[in-house]
Design a protein around this ligand. Structure first.
Ligand code: SF4
Ligand code: SF4
Length: 435
């Protein structure tokens, strides 16, 4: 049965790729050979996705056969042999589907467990979001499309595949390292494209309407200008879906603080007691300053200078404090957007929960760079306000007394759901986040 499944998957991949080569482009054909690639590299696609590909292929060939038979009938030409050939291609797809769903599929591609379903969900959500986003914008949304016309479907599958792979890694034991690396990658891609755009390659900019990439401006910018709510909307969407995880997976500047805090390999140090008060004062100033500047008709160039100075001071804080303390001082003390995320996160359902079995050994605290697992937090049996749902503490507790909690789901399901949502956002942001 396994040999039959292998042969059928190879045949189905090649016939469907040939179909797209004939009626589409090479870019459309390449994703069709993915199921065949999975024979050599089984972890590239989860089993539910392979089943969906087989079902999708069968439906495609039924539709194609029906169209061709109708066309031949309208011309009065023979059609039985054509129907038999295309019908056998459909049967091959359906047989592959049945085998994939059964023992042969399990032995070749593993169990249908939570990880497999999570990877499948990420693939579907990333593809659907990018298709929808592409359909609602007039400019080519994905970078690859700008250089290779008609390659949109290829890049959508590539980003969906990337998301599924990252989701699998984030559900593993090295999630803290993976999170740091993908976050850095996102920031590097974002700022790399900005640098190339500023150097004159306009293809690397999205709209070309430049703005300072300082997170505080997500709040202060619209207050000063009275318009430009795009970033604020994006932040609100991420808050609604994954609570304060913008500050551990998605922000283009937070990744720098994460990198610099990881520079110090020792245990992250606890921030002083006045840090939360300073952060609140900065949030109030971030709201009041643009109101005052606007009321006094201060020219935008001064406002821009002020924002740039604030951003640079933040970078200085990362270099001076985060690097030395191992705690993300910029994100937990300086950035007002982080505080908004933390405060609003409190009224949203995502939580990190410490259960009653916790022995207060402090192993989890050694992984927390957000100053959210101080001795006082452990004594209260819950992370502090600055928790960004990064998840780095989870693998440190050998007895799993700390974990994600979401609306009545058990910790494992909560973590899987969280990873599905946050990885989908990450993959979509990576695909489209340009200025
Ligand atoms: S605290 Fe500010 S800079 Fe840090 S990750 Fe959050 S929004 Fe970004
Ligand atoms: S408590 Fe855990 S999930 Fe929250 S910020 Fe600290 S390490 Fe991350």
């Amino acid at each position: 049965m396994i040999a039959l499944l292998r042969v059928l998957m190879a045949l189905c991949s090649l016939t469907t790729a040939a179909h797209f080569l004939r009626f589409g482009t090479l870019w459309d054909a390449v994703p069709c050979v993915l199921p065949m690639t999975a024979l050599a590299w089984p972890r590239i696609l989860p089993r539910p996705l392979l089943c969906m590909a087989a079902l999708g292929g069968a439906l495609l060939w039924v539709d194609h056969a029906a169209n061709l038979v109708q066309w031949r009938l309208s011309l009065g030409q023979p059609w039985v042999r054509l129907a038999a050939i295309l019908g056998s291609v459909c049967v091959a797809h359906l047989t592959a589907l049945a085998l994939l769903a059964g023992q042969a599929g399990r032995r070749l591609f593993g169990d249908l467990d939570g990880v497999a379903w999570s990877k499948t969900a990420i693939f579907v959500l990333v593809s659907a979001t990018l298709v929808l986003a592409g359909a609602t914008t007039k400019i080519p949304l994905l970078m690859g499309e700008r250089f290779f016309p008609d390659s949109g479907s290829f890049w959508i599958v590539a980003f969906a595949l990337y998301g599924a792979a990252i989701g699998g890694l984030l559900l593993g034991n090295r999630a803290d390292r993976v999170r740091g690396r993908i976050w850095t990658l996102f920031s590097a891609v974002f700022f790399g494209q900005l640098a190339l755009g500023l150097a004159g390659w306009s293809a690397f900019l999205m709209t070309g309407k430049l703005h300072l990439p300082v997170p505080a401006l997500i709040l202060a910018g619209p207050i000063y200008r009275g318009e430009g709510f795009f970033m604020l909307t994006l932040l609100a969407v991420s808050l609604a879906l994954v609570g304060p995880a913008w500050c551990s997976h998605l922000c283009y500047i937070g990744a720098w603080d994460d990198r610099l805090a990881r520079w110090d390999f020792g245990r992250p140090k606890t921030l002083p007691a006045w840090a939360p008060r300073l952060r609140m004062a900065i949030l109030v100033a971030t709201i009041l300053t643009p109101l005052v500047l606007r009321a006094m008709h201060i020219p935008w160039i001064w406002a821009l200078g002020l924002a740039a100075a604030f951003g640079l001071a933040g970078v200085g804080i990362m270099l001076l404090w985060s690097r030395r303390t191992g705690t993300m001082t910029h994100c937990t003390t300086w950035c007002p957007v982080g505080l908004v995320n933390n405060l609003l996160g409190r009224i949203l359902p995502w939580r990190i929960r410490i259960d009653a079995g916790c022995t207060r050994c402090g192993a989890c605290a050694a992984a927390c760079r957000y100053n959210a697992l101080t001795r006082a937090d452990l004594d209260r049996n819950r992370p502090g306000l600055t928790c960004s749902l990064c998840g780095d503490c989870l693998p440190r507790c050998l007895h799993a007394h700390i974990g994600y909690a979401f609306a009545g789901l058990d910790p494992q399901r909560s973590r899987q759901l969280f990873v599905v949502l946050v990885t989908t956002l990450h993959a979509v942001f990576l695909a489209v986040a340009r200025i």
